[in-house]
Design a protein around this ligand. Structure first.
Ligand code: HEM
Length: 188
């Protein structure tokens, strides 16, 4: 279903060589496969689990806010989502497709936290997911943008309880997620 809602970009493809540079765009898409995946320490893992459980009631909303923030900061990103072209933010908030994907991202966060101590299961989950995003024509750079906006979307939910430690832990989790997803995008 995915590809139908994405614009086809001519020549849009990914290098599958070992030194891996996406030929789609900038040097920011370079991913060295010999680099070790990012690692979270035990304290960060428990901070993540604790903060995630306190977000449970807001998960769908956080997902949608994350996407709206992405659209606001990267108008080209919104263009990628054809059905959302020209919609106001309030229209987007009501979009079922947007909500469905936002929720899928949140479910993936949940699955990652469940598998956080099983690197192989985590890699299997995320590599496959990244690989499927090729067929959704998702630009590899977009994968990197999710974490920052997700963190900005959850931060207000914590008020004074938000800390730089929490920010580093959530940034770390998205680093892990995007690392493995990008492996799936650039590898066969
Ligand atoms: C951390 C980043 C992301 C995660 C965790 C994520 C997660 C998911 C999941 C779980 C699905 C369900 C289908 C499947 O399992 O293959 C999906 C589908 C899809 N994703 Fe993502 N995604 C991410 C980033 C993006 C971005 C940046 C875009 C677009 C710019 C995007 C566009 C799509 C599309 C078009 C589909 C197919 C339609 C749908 O199922 O809603 N994804 N994604």
């Amino acid at each position: 279903m995915g590809s139908s809602i994405f614009k086809q970009e001519e020549g849009d493809s990914y290098s599958r060589n070992s030194s891996v540079t996406s030929n789609q765009s900038s040097s920011s898409t370079v991913l060295k496969l010999d680099k070790e995946p990012p690692v979270l320490n035990d304290h960060q893992k428990s901070l993540l689990r604790e903060s995630w459980s306190s977000l449970q009631d807001d998960i769908a909303k956080v997902g949608v806010v994350t996407f709206i923030r992405l659209f606001e900061t990267h108008p080209d990103f919104q263009e990628t989502f054809l059905p959302f072209r020209g919609l106001s933010n309030s229209d987007m908030e009501n979009s079922l497709i947007l909500k469905a994907h936002a929720l899928r991202v949140m479910i993936t966060v949940d699955k990652c936290l469940t598998r956080i101590d099983s690197p192989t299961r985590l890699d299997d989950l995320l590599k496959g997911l990244g690989h499927r995003h090729i067929s959704y024509n998702v630009h590899i750079d977009y994968i990197d943008m999710m974490g920052e906006q997700f963190i900005k979307a959850i931060r207000p939910k914590f008020g004074d309880a938000w800390s730089s430690e929490l920010e580093v832990a959530w940034t770390g989790l998205f680093d892990v997620m995007t690392y493995h997803m990008k492996r799936g995008i650039i590898q066969e």
